[in-house]
Ligand binder design. Structure first.
Ligand code: BGC
Length: 752
């Protein structure tokens, strides 16, 4: 009988085993003795074999010693369809339909730590059913650019919100016995030239903004693996960045697990071996035979390999391998996870504006639903992670189901849909509802048809926004304009019927300057998962009160946002040629290593300068007094909330505030209370205000609760570049409590 390793799956058991006193990272080391004994039995070849991909989504164990392979799954918003061993093409399985969870920005719009935990646990559960050990998520980079292709995957422009959710997602997932691989470490804030761009930023900006979400998930959440990003940070590729991987991640944060390069993001043998990478994904041209050769020449030592293997095995011990005859025996998508997806969707929907149109009135008998975004599925599309969802309720289906028999729902597409860059073979017959260009003007026939329905209806619901091909991994948007003549259409609809609500279906912000005056109500509806349409209908019909809050700023215009205003993006030198894309060109793949290196050296060297520093998102808009279209943290309800007077106390370890919160309405509702901090007499430069604490509070009709928010003193520190350490500036703090970054209800002053 084959020897199998005994694995301890649950963090709780581990804690018990070692008296509960170890840090989440140190818990990974409790089996080091056994691991070392195991390493001693391995040949060099077996060890090196663990340092690179085995298939597109696995890295090898050692069968002879009962060490199972490590199986990965994308991540981050649903367990990805099973692919072929050598790539992403479908394996054609039938039990691999998963739950499609709301995408990152939707999760963040809930501002709910509890839901982030449930979300992570749902991902962790379904990963186990598929025999996966590690999910490639959560994706937690800061949304620096409104045009960012992966804004929808990422959480927020704010590090405190992102960090809180990243932590709880990590805990939820790992408590189910699946490791996270938190990504993309770090400063992966643009898709433009993502494989080669050098992000140049100050240490203070790096620490206070871009590293925060990783830091909490790793130190407090015990994230077991980390994916270094494609880009460079301050001159070094992330997959071989001494400062990021060895000094900060392992040195300061005490990370004990393993790192996995982003797919195709390993760049050299020596760089990876010396500066913190464990596993090359995918390929073995750097962390395969060249490692063995380098040991033979003395450039590397076998102990270095042992150390990397030890870090991988720690996770292998913590995560129980799912036996092959247990994995993939039931459908991946489970009802309890579909329920989590619905809960997240319900709490993520943001009511941006409402001049009495919503909730839908009892006398509405005929609703005209206009816009292709009401029917397009969003589980996949574009490049990158998608989900083969077991089912997906579209907005139109959700509205039709909720409307029932007494209400007639009509539908017209209204505008053409831009399919973007196509993956796979082009269809032989062109879909008449497809636009050839993103800025193609409105089609008069489609507009006329939509207007005719609008005229006959009691209420028009216009579905605008982007789509999954426009916001996608691999490229950034050129602008944030509404595509395919949507503005012209919404103006015509508004002319035809003033009782109009707009629902924006997108992952990131859009330019609403034309749409806003033509929409008495506006809802941000996101890419909201398997139950997205159900949740949206519940909010529109007033079964539940909307309670999402924006996790990023909606700028009035793109040029107002910090990286644009500072001339940092797009790259003023316009250097092109995404190394990542180029490296997969057939002619490049067939080059010898020397030719390849010469080719890489000949490429342009794009840079992204972060001279806006920590003035990211609302930190910029508030400090520079630029009015956005909708501010960070904004989101209305069907009820109003009263904030009672705030009492504040500064202790040794934390600042605490307490206040009463009352739901003045006739229905249950949630409010997300937000505490911002300003420093009236600071010597150090600070943004005019920064989020430091928040909480989602559920209140019954007319109910009052006392709410306490805590800001740990360590969250009030800044990164002192002179001493290269965290520092606390003592003095006065102005505490600003409110319902949004631009809706402050109570203030108090304390001295720390
Ligand atoms: C993405 C990662 C993803 C990986 C595997 C890369 O292109 O950047 O986020 O996990 O592919 O699919």
């Amino acid at each position: 009988m084959k020897k199998t390793l005994l694995f301890i799956a649950s963090a709780a058991l581990l804690a018990q085993a070692c008296g509960g006193s170890l840090s989440p990272q140190d818990k990974l080391t409790v089996h080091d003795k056994e691991i070392n004994a195991l390493i001693a039995q391995m040949t060099l070849e077996e060890k090196v074999n663990m340092l690179h991909s085995k298939t597109n989504m696995s890295s090898a164990g050692v069968e002879r010693l009962g060490i199972a392979d490590m199986n990965y799954a994308d991540g981050p918003f649903g367990i990805r369809e099973e692919g072929q061993p050598n790539g992403f093409m479908s394996a054609g399985w039938t039990l691999d339909s998963a739950t499609y969870f709301p995408t990152g920005s939707a999760l963040a719009a809930t501002w709910s730590e509890e839901l982030a935990y449930k979300y992570g646990s749902g991902m962790g559960k379904e990963a186990r059913l598929r025999g996966k050990d590690v999910i490639l998520g959560p994706a937690v980079n800061i949304q620096r650019l409104p045009v960012g292709g992966r804004t929808y995957e990422y959480l927020s422009e704010d590090p405190i919100l992102s960090a809180a959710l990243a932590l709880r997602y990590t805990e939820g997932c790992q408590d189910e016995g699946t490791a996270v691989c938190i990504k993309h470490f770090a400063v992966n804030n643009q898709e433009t030239n993502r494989g080669s761009v050098n992000a140049i930023l100050s240490e203070r900006t790096l620490r206070e903004i871009y590293l925060k979400p990783f830091e909490r998930a790793i130190i407090e959440g015990g994230a077991m693996s980390v994916m270094p990003a494609y880009n460079k940070v301050n001159g070094e590729y992330c997959s071989e960045n001494e400062h990021l991987l060895n000094e900060i991640l392992r040195g300061e944060w005490g990370f004990k697990g393993f790192t996995v390069s982003d797919w195709g993001g390993t760049h050299s043998t020596m760089g990876a071996m010396l500066h913190g990478l464990n596993v090359q994904m995918t390929g073995s041209n750097y962390l395969g035979q060249p490692v063995i050769d380098s040991i033979a020449t003395g450039a590397l030592t076998e102990e270095m390999v042992d150390e990397k293997v030890r870090q991988i095995l720690r996770v292998r011990y913590a995560i129980e391998a799912v036996p092959a005859d247990v994995a993939n025996t039931v459908m991946t998508s489970q009802p309890e996870c579909q329920d989590i997806a619905r809960q997240v969707a319900e709490k993520s929907i943001v009511l941006l504006k409402n001049e009495g149109v919503l909730p839908i009135k009892a006398d509405v008998r005929k609703i005209a639903v206009i816009g292709q975004n009401a029917v397009l599925k969003t589980q996949s599309g574009g490049m990158g992670a998608g989900v083969k969802a077991l089912y997906e309720v579209t907005p139109l289906e959700g509205i039709q189901r909720r409307a029932g028999e007494g209400i007639t729902v009509t539908y017209a597409p209204g505008y053409k849909n831009f399919p973007g860059r196509r993956w796979g073979p082009a269809p032989t017959v062109k879909d008449p509802l497809e636009a050839s260009a993103i800025d193609e003007p409105a089609d008069p026939k489609l507009v006329a048809e939509a207007v005719a329905l609008a005229k006959e209806a009691d209420l028009v619901i216009f579905f605008g926004g982007t789509n999954k091909n426009i916001e996608t991994e691999g490229s950034d948007r050129k602008n944030i304009d509404l595509p395919c003549g949507q503005e012209e259409l919404v103006k015509a609809l508004y002319e035809a019927n003033r009782n109009l609500a707009t629902v924006l279906i997108s992952g990131g912000p859009t330019d609403l300057r034309v749409l806003e005056p033509a929409s008495p109500a506006i809802v941000q509806g996101w890419w909201n998962g398997t139950e997205g349409g159900t949740a949206l209908a519940e909010v529109l019909f007033g079964d539940i009160a909307p309670s999402g809050k924006l996790p990023f700023t909606f700028p009035a215009k793109l040029e107002d946002s910090p990286a644009y205003a500072m001339g940092n993006f797009p790259d003023p030198n316009g250097a092109g040629g995404d190394l990542f894309t180029l490296m997969f060109r057939p002619d490049v793949l067939s080059m010898t290593p020397a030719e390849r290196q010469a080719f890489i050296d000949s490429l342009p060297k794009p840079e992204s300068h972060y001279t806006e520093e920590f003035y990211v998102g609302y930190r910029w808009f508030d400090s520079k007094e630029v009015k956005p279209m909708y501010a960070f943290g904004h989101g209305l309800s069907y009820v109003s909330f009263t904030y009672g007077p705030m009492s504040a106390l500064a202790g040794k370890d934390a600042v605490k505030v307490s206040f009463s919160l009352t739901n003045e309405g006739a229905m249950p509702a949630d409010e997300v209370v937000q505490l911002y901090v300003s420093r009236p007499e600071a010597r150090v430069e600070w943004p005019v205000k920064e989020l430091k604490a928040f909480q989602r509070v559920s209140l019954g009709a007319g109910e009052t609760k006392t709410v306490t928010l805590t800001v740990p003193m360590k969250e009030l520190r800044y990164w002192n570049e002179a001493t290269n350490a965290w520092d606390l500036e003592h003095g006065k703090l102005l505490l600003q409590l409110g319902s949004a970054s631009d809706d402050i209800r109570e203030t108090a002053e304390v001295t720390i």
